[in-house]
Design a protein around this ligand. Structure first.
Ligand code: SAH
Length: 457
């Protein structure tokens, strides 16, 4: 075996130099990197080495010899451990700086653009209790149906009642629904044995409307007393307007299966964003932090400098929220999205808001963009809002072929954004502005909007 500067189980005293993109403290011993949970830059800590690998290792703090002035004193261990709030030990202004630096780093390292200024992260006034959606695993512990969250990198359930970053009305609903299900004798799913019934409880609550959707994810279709259970939930929580059974028969980490059955009420809830009303179905994506999403969209629209003649593409359109927020100020909006239910919602949402100049297609963005290019759709502004893996290179090709004046990129993963921005730059689109917006306070997730403009040839 190779010799490393540290050995498993050995104790050391180190000073933390930086925070990793996963929010772990980084220290070096003779040039060897150690990642240490719950340790902040400038802290001096006594650690025990837990894992030694070829390039880096992991260690655990045994004692803090010097604490960071930015440490939040009453941070809860279990929230750090479960990964619900892995940055909750760091003061909020420092979290915002951390995110700004993450974006600067990837623009320098991945996009090779060290000189583009990254604006300070737009934060929340009260960065707690913001999530409008919860996906809570259920397990049987000591004979009780238990809700909580997995320990990081594992499926060990840590029981939790206060989830800290969720709408408290959702936390309360989880407790009440758990108790009702327990009373009806519903069995929790057992992942290892792939036995039992109830896998997850998913709740969505409209930030403005307060309408609540409850999704019970089950391993089998047959749901004994489903209607009675739904009635008991509705009676206990009057805000509930939709109760859905989602069946997931697979042995998988993916939370939802593909079949939904409405047990009670509607198949959707409604909520508002920037004054417009939206229908949201069970399988449709909807941003989890409503207050910050309104800021995010406003910044994206300001970056786009829209006018009445603009033809806009809203790529990865979900239920249509970006395009419909700006449709009245432009000539036409074209949206595309891969999830059929979301496309149906987007069409309905155009109708609900009396918007007649928006067209939605179902399918892969990369395919539809090429189709539109062939059909001579000539957007002047393209908004993209892809999932974590970012854009397909062929999507970027099709977009550049259409020669829009501006591209507004909304990203939930700075690394893929930087990769894509570089491809755009190679095709004549210059990165002008970069604005991180904190959609996920207390977590390591970074949301960014950036503006690219076509250089005159
Ligand atoms: N703009 C929306 C949705 C953004 S989330 C909003 O702000 O709410 C990203 C969306 O992209 C999701 O709705 C997802 O279903 C969709 N998606 C993922 N891969 C896709 C692809 N290859 N083509 C089109 N849409 C895709």
């Amino acid at each position: 075996m190779r010799d490393y500067p540290v050995k498993k189980n050995e104790e050391q005293i180190v000073t933390i130099q930086d925070l990793s993109h996963e929010g772990m403290g980084i220290a070096k011993v003779d040039g060897y990197l150690l990642f240490i949970e719950n340790a902040l830059p400038e802290e001096e800590v006594r650690i025990r080495i837990e894992k030694v690998g070829p390039k880096f290792g992991f260690a655990k703090v045994l004692e803090w010899l010097k604490e960071s002035p930015y440490r939040v004193e009453d941070a809860k261990e279990e929230l750090l451990r479960t990964g619900i709030a892995p940055l909750s030990h760091l003061s909020y202004p420092k979290q915002l700086e951390f995110k700004q630096h993450q974006v600067e780093n990837v623009l320098r390292k991945v996009a090779k653009m060290p000189n583009v200024p990254v604006l300070p992260t737009v934060g929340m006034e009260s960065p707690f209790h913001y999530r409008n959606k919860a996906q809570i695993p259920v397990q049987k512990i000591k004979g009780q149906l238990t809700t909580g969250f997995y320990r990081k990198h594992s499926h060990t359930l840590i029981p939790l009642e206060d989830f800290y970053i969720q709408d408290p009305a959702i936390d309360q609903a989880i407790r009440e629904i758990r108790d009702i299900l327990q009373r009806f004798g519903v069995k929790a799913y057992n992942e290892e044995a792939h036995e039992g019934f109830l896998r997850h409880i998913i709740i969505r609550r409209g930030h403005y409307s307060h309408q609540m959707m409850v999704i019970l994810v089950t391993r089998k279709q047959k749901f004994f007393q489903a209607e009675k259970i739904a009635e008991a939930i509705k009676e206990k929580i009057p805000e509930v307007v939709s109760i859905i059974q989602n069946v997931n028969e697979e042995q998988t980490n993916v939370i939802m299966g593909s079949t939904n059955r409405v047990i009670l009420g509607e198949s959707f809830i409604e909520d508002q964003l920037l004054g417009k009303t939206y229908r949201i179905s069970a399988q449709s994506f909807y941003q989890v932090n409503t207050e910050q999403t309104e800021k995010l969209y406003q910044i994206a629209m300001d970056f786009a400098q829209l006018n009445k003649n603009d033809i806009v593409v809203d790529a990865y359109s979900g239920i249509g929220t970006i395009g419909l927020s700006l449709a009245e100020n432009v000539d036409h909006v074209y949206g595309m999205e891969i999830v059929a239910e979301a496309v149906k919602d987007a069409k309905k949402n155009a109708e609900l808001n009396a918007i007649g100049n928006a067209t939605y297609l179902e399918g892969k963005a990369e395919k539809i963009m090429h189709q539109w290019a062939r059909e001579d759709v000539r957007p002047t502004v393209v908004f993209v809002d892809p999932p974590r893996k970012g854009l397909d290179a062929s999507f970027i090709d099709a977009t550049c072929e259409m020669e829009p004046e501006r591209v507004v990129y909304i990203s939930c993963n700075p690394a893929t954004m930087a990769r894509d921005v570089k491809l755009f730059a190679e095709k004549g689109y210059q990165l002008e502005k970069v604005q991180p917006v904190d959609l996920f306070p207390q977590t390591i997730h970074v949301e960014t909007v950036c503006l690219m403009s076509r250089k005159e040839k």
